[in-house]
Design a protein around this ligand. Structure first.
Ligand SMILES: [Zn+2]
Length: 321
């Protein structure tokens, strides 16, 4: 077995010589470094989550059992998990096993994804920026999180700042079939634009989607009734979600710590961990990063108040990239 210093210097060397130019990310955090060192130590064999955990703990390191995320930093690993969409599935591996395949070529699934992004960008300039900006938002219609978001451009003229919105393939197909024009609400939900001429098309919206829209509107109405149509959020600076969380974003005041210059996101409400019923996340000071953090913590969520959505509660007028 190799010692850690040796493994880390091997990793750094391989990355520098082969993977850096392919935009593979070298981990900055301890946990991902530990996981990569373990994968390299077992190379070219597979290693189970359990074994990796022991391997790391024996060396006094920390682990989060999320080594699969390395695949989306570009590292060429395979999994036995049949559900994986972000790396090759190797049928010889057990469900919880990962295997480092190469430290000279990047993860082909990851690479193909980025090539497709480049091609789509050529066809639909600006789409990549929208995807990056609303990373974690998923399909603008149904909220499904998928890597295969496709651009849809039949939008109502005065609809936000968008020319194109990302949709999942299913929603996009539905929109194309029904020649739907989408309207984007302030909280970034795409809905079919309702006009008399299109009434028939509107009626054919799948029951599920229509119901979802109705529930959302109902929640929105009841939330705004509670607040009494006042602009209390302007004073509180809090956003409220349909799932009953409140969200507040502040600039970190403390100077000189690792969080200096960052924003803190305080989430309160149901299923928020900790005795204080509150969760604080930290991110870079921009809208994109706030949306990203919220999606990874809350999953799909709808802001019902304020009307302006998250941009309306940010510490300053900063609105993303
Ligand atoms: Zn969708």
């Amino acid at each position: 077995m190799n010692d850690e210093t040796n493994l880390l210097s091997q990793l750094t060397g391989h990355w520098y010589n082969f993977l850096k130019k392919e935009n593979v990310k070298f981990p900055t955090g301890e946990i991902k470094k530990n996981q990569l060192m373990c994968l390299l130590d077992y190379y070219p064999n597979a290693v189970s989550q359990e074994t990796m955990d022991q391997w790391i703990r024996q060396r006094g390191g920390r682990n989060d059992r999320q080594a699969r995320h390395l695949a989306w930093n570009g590292w060429y690993i395979q999994t036995g998990n049949k559900k994986s969409k972000r790396m090759e599935i190797n049928p010889d591996l057990a469900n919880d096993e990962l295997r480092l395949v190469s430290f000279q070529i990047p993860n082909p699934v990851w690479q193909k994804y980025h090539q497709n992004q480049v091609e789509t960008e050529l066809k639909y300039p600006g789409f990549g920026k929208i995807i990056r900006k609303y990373k974690g938002r998923g399909c603008f219609m149904c909220g499904t999180k998928t890597l295969d978001l496709v651009p849809y451009s039949k939008l109502k003229d005065d609809t936000n700042e968008f020319d194109i919105v990302p949709l999942c393939e299913e929603c996009c197909e539905w929109c194309i079939t029904n020649e739907v024009v989408l309207q984007i609400s302030d909280n970034l939900v795409a809905r079919p634009f309702v006009s008399n001429r299109k009434e028939n098309v509107e009626r054919s919206i799948s029951a599920k989607k229509a119901a979802k829209t109705r529930i959302f509107n109902k929640e929105k109405r009841s939330a705004s009734a509670k607040i009494g149509a006042a602009t209390r959020w302007r004073n509180s600076g809090k956003a409220k979600t349909a799932c009953d969380h409140t969200i507040k974003v502040n600039s970190v005041k403390k100077k000189g710590g690792p969080k200096e210059g960052k924003w803190s996101i305080v989430i309160r409400g149901p299923k928020v961990s900790g005795e204080s019923r509150k969760k604080t996340l930290y991110c870079e000071p921009s809208l994109v990063h706030v949306l990203d953090k919220l999606s990874s913590y809350l999953g799909h969520y709808e802001i019902v108040d304020p009307e302006t959505g998250i941009p309306g509660i940010l510490p300053n007028s900063e609105s993303g990239e």
